[in-house]
Write a protein that binds this ligand. Sequence first.
Ligand code: IMP
Ligand code: MG
Length: 174
Amino acid sequence: MESMKRKILFTKEIIEKRVEELAETISRDYEGGELFVIGILKGAFVFMADLIRRLSIPCFIEFVKLASYGAGSVSSGKIVMTKDIETSIEGKDVLITEDIVDTGLTLSFLVNQFRERNPRSVKVCALLDKRQRREVPFEADYVGFTIEDGFVVGYGIDFNEKFRYLPEIYIIEE
Ligand code: IMP
Ligand code: MG
């Protein structure tokens, strides 16, 4: 599988520039406040690490891990939280960071879960958005890049746990 063909989609430089822009926008939107940044493990960890270091507002870091029943790389609809955050978000501004919005099932589940905890606000920042594949209506508040259908890896994003370490984002070629 290491020999699987892949083509570069976004270089380090392009990712860095876009993350910088996202951080500037987010810092402006929350100016004067502080942010609870919640990453979805594992895919978001590289993106989140880069994003928070570009923010010019104070932030706190938490992680959740989700499992979706059903096999493979596609969400089946039945989602459970296998690791929750370790602090209350009541009255806080929450920003969920995710690698990819695909069907929208994962993020609509998580946003609904967090809304029940009475935060001041909940927004979503996704590095990649595959808009054409939505199964439920979902709009991220901040999006790095909108992409066509196709399987991507690198920059934290995996194929069967492989390729997360790559600094660029690649598209797998059939
Ligand atoms: P969904 O929006 O609930 O369908 O789930 C999105 C999740 O599916 C992402 O967090 C990824 O874990 C996974 N996913 C979707 N597309 C890809 C891809 O191209 N490469 C790797 N993982 C993907
Ligand atoms: Mg994921």
